[in-house]
Design a protein around this ligand. Structure first.
Ligand code: SF4
Ligand code: SF4
Ligand code: SF4
Length: 311
């Protein structure tokens, strides 16, 4: 059987998703049994856009070059995969959402103690007004969020796409693989992830620390909680948050945590708003979040910045 051709392109991102592919280790050989890699900037010096059955795109739409590259990939590839949280939801560099392009360039190049030029560079692709997911520019056929997606999900996703078989990847949230127990406690005060030690068997929410596992899609096999770090939702929203307009991260977490502890609902809501830049970092560029009735992110971030908040 002839091999399917696979073309890869990266837009604005960190290259972590390419390392996610390399993390397949020997499983990569099984994938390469079925595909001919015709383009992959991290491995091959191919500038041209080559005809392929599958086009895999990492990174988001943040510059003029990203628009050009995304359109070329759509023109030359039969199916397009948005690979990673960046192309699916915008990714972590969406946390510049509350600032204009001019404010960003001014801060980075003009009023910065580590630069001396005081002008923004002009010989690089122009920055767009904001950061956007891939499907704001081209049609996408398959979405694989994750920052980066875990090798197990990459393998299953790629093989089912190449073989044209049904993708059986589950839609669990991060709590599904977490070993911590969600129990009711007498906790009355909020703590942040770096505020002292936490009981390693108990759910972070039960201990007064915000963990976004219950509102996050598992595309990582939930590694963070087992090493003492709450989930900060780098995989993007859970299925419920993504498809149900009335469900939002702030309300869901505040309801769950106020039920598990003695911390008042309003106190938790206030904390989430104050730390909005962190709690919404990975998907704030996505219309899924921006269309929620409670999404007032610019207002929350500006208020927190004004107070010198720790968000
Ligand atoms: S999804 Fe995460 S790992 Fe992948 S390019 Fe974006 S920031 Fe990097
Ligand atoms: S909220 Fe966090 S700590 Fe609690 S069960 Fe879910 S993933 Fe684990
Ligand atoms: S932050 Fe959450 S979604 Fe990201 S790797 Fe950790 S557990 Fe998974």
């Amino acid at each position: 059987m002839p091999k399917s051709r696979l073309s890869v392109e990266w837009l604005s991102g960190c290259s972590g998703c390419e390392f996610g592919i390399v993390d397949l280790h020997e499983k990569l050989l099984s994938v390469l049994d079925e595909v001919e890699l015709v383009r992959m900037p991290i491995l091959m010096d191919t500038k041209e856009y080559v005809e392929a059955e599958v086009g895999l795109i990492t990174g988001s739409i943040r510059s003029e070059h990203d628009i050009h590259a995304a359109r070329e990939m759509r023109r030359t590839c039969k199916s397009i995969v948005a690979f990673g949280t960046c192309p699916v939801y915008g990714g972590p560099h969406s946390s510049a959402y509350a600032q204009s392009r001019e404010e960003l360039l001014d801060t980075a190049f003009c009023h910065n103690p580590s630069t001396t030029t005081n002008t923004a560079p002009t010989d690089v692709p122009a920055l767009l007004a904001g950061n956007r997911p891939l499907d704001s520019e081209i049609e996408v056929d398959v979405y694989i969020p994750g920052c980066p997606p875990h090798a197990a999900y990459i393998f299953d996703g790629l093989l089912s796409l190449l073989r044209g078989t049904e993708n059986k990847i589950g839609q669990h949230n991060v709590c599904y693989h977490c070993k911590r127990k969600m129990v009711k406690t007498e906790v009355t005060t909020l703590r942040r992830a770096y505020d002292g030690e936490f009981d390693q068997d108990l759910c972070f929410l039960s201990q007064g620390c915000i963990c976004l596992g219950s509102v996050t899609l598992d595309r990582c096999l939930s590694p963070c909680m087992s090493v003492g770090v709450p989930c900060f939702s780098c995989g993007g929203p859970s299925e419920a948050i993504a498809i149900e307009p009335q469900k939002d991260v702030r309300t869901e977490i505040a309801q769950r945590m106020s039920h598990l502890t003695k911390i008042p609902y309003d106190t938790i809501v206030q904390e989430i708003e104050q730390q909005a830049k962190s709690h919404f970092a990975y998907a704030m560029a996505s219309p899924i979040f921006q269309q929620k009735p409670t999404f007032l992110l610019k207002k929350w971030i500006r208020a927190s910045d004004k107070e010198g908040g720790r968000a």
